[in-house]
Ligand binder design. Sequence first.
Ligand code: FES
Length: 617
Amino acid sequence: LAPDGTAAPPTQRGVRVPPGVTVFDAASWNGIAIDSTCGGHGTCHKCRIQVTTATEVAVTRHDVRTFTSAQLAEGWRLGCLVHATRDLAVEVPPLTTRPKAATVGIGRQVILRPALQKRYVELAEATLADQRTDLVRLTDAIDDLELTADLHVLRRLSTVLREADFKVTAVVIDEALIDVEPGDTTAARYAIAFDLGTTTVVGTLLDVGTGTPMAVASMLNAQQPFGGDVITRISATMMDKDALGRLQQAAASTLSALAGEVCREAGVDPTQVYEVAIAGNATMTALALGIDPEPLGVAPFVMSAAQPPSVLAAEIGLTLHPRARAFFFPALGAYVGGDIVAGMLATGMDRDKRTRLFIDVGTNCEIVLSDGEKILSTAAPAGPAFEGGAIRCGMRAADGAIEVIKVDPHAQDGDPAVTLGVIGDVEPKGLCGSGLVDAVAELVRVGLLDPSGRLVPDEDAKDIAPALADRLTKIGEERVFVLHRPTPDADPAECVYLSQRDVRELQFAKAAISTGWSLLLEELGLEHGDVQQVLLAGSFGSYLSPASAVRIGLVPQLPVLRIVAAGNVAGEGAKMALLSVRERAGALALLEEVTYVELSDRPDFNDAFVDQLSFRH
Ligand code: FES
């Protein structure tokens, strides 16, 4: 319905869904609401749709009870009972009621159907004529859910019912009754979405009743002292038998500190937070759960389980509602983890007919390619260059880091030959990952770096870029390009510069990544130009200049408008899992849908890698 209540004109949309899902779920996942009060369980008979594809769709006994023979012949069916096993054209009638929805991720409309529900009920007191048990009295009043109750709830139920004059709120997660609260507490329905990154952890407190983010906080992962990347943290557990416990404790303290901060900021009592969703890579997930990560770090790179079990938040060290649940995203492989599954949810990689490439740039780079039919994923070990590691003047993206660079090879009359964008607008101290990519891309553009990645000789530099030639110098035996001099006559070693070795480091990193996506393109028989959108994700990828990424060959050769910064998609996916059980099921369905491609045992990997080292595109 349009906002004024009139019927909105029909929209035509093609969407891609996992085979076998119901039309009801498929529509819900794609932000198309179908009438329902039973939530897709086949009992309300409201989810009427018309299948307009010529092929026959099975008629169920529920369809027979709901539609006339003429309607059945016209393709009318109950949407939650039609399974999409092949292409279907379906018409969805306008809604009689407007569902609540929230926009999350990359323009994803999520129809709110959270696992966490609260129901306020006013029950009749027990009498000699009505001796139903307290539990039956409660579950009879909430008859659209098949509630189960554990001992914790039963211990409280009788007391709370009587103290609250039988006016109580049932707290339910996935049809499990987790608590009974006195009075009407339905307004307090909170959950926290965590992006559990190796470097940074982000927590978002959500009101799942409205989809509104109430507060966001981020902090460095307290596991940092054990190493900057997953491999060093796995190694720590292999060398010291106490390290796993301490790493688990560090994850718990990071998540707890963030939970405390977002609750404080929003003025929410932590005991009113009933669920958390955690999107992390396979190693971060294992460490948070106290699972030995060693098999993830050594060939053949095996996970203990793709889908971690549902656990209580208290079991991973969070002090929220005592029965709050923690949902961990499943992983596709040891190096394509739950953060990427969450990212796929947030970007709708699996729900789109377009050919899209998702690249999460980091020490371990995860790549997903979908052509609208098949989805492939892989991981490429890019090394620490993008995080500032192994780069002479490298640093994290913090105050003082150069993140944007423009050069003018023929600048005259006092115009700047080098223009720098510096985080925090302070004196430049170093070069972060996006600055590194920009620096190399600019020097390739003006010809100071040749296609093999070599800084050109001084005599050539004077002809190619007269305004920049004096910035080419040496530190010891190594040639460098000076980006920033603190004083006009500063020694090169005191400057912020790009060295020949830095260029090599970036070449190896970009070659690892571009080998990954080029082999995936090859698997699907696609060319660069077939890619309709590239999504750059992760804390580094989102800040990368699309033009520079194309220039150095980090992404396919495409118009820059097809390259999109996706932002913190893992956190967005975690929010979606809290706001919709359908989205959560969609994340699990990805385990079946996505094919993992192992690059390291491909015979053509080395040749492809060597090809990709070049800056000639
Ligand atoms: Fe209720 Fe289909 S959604 S019967």
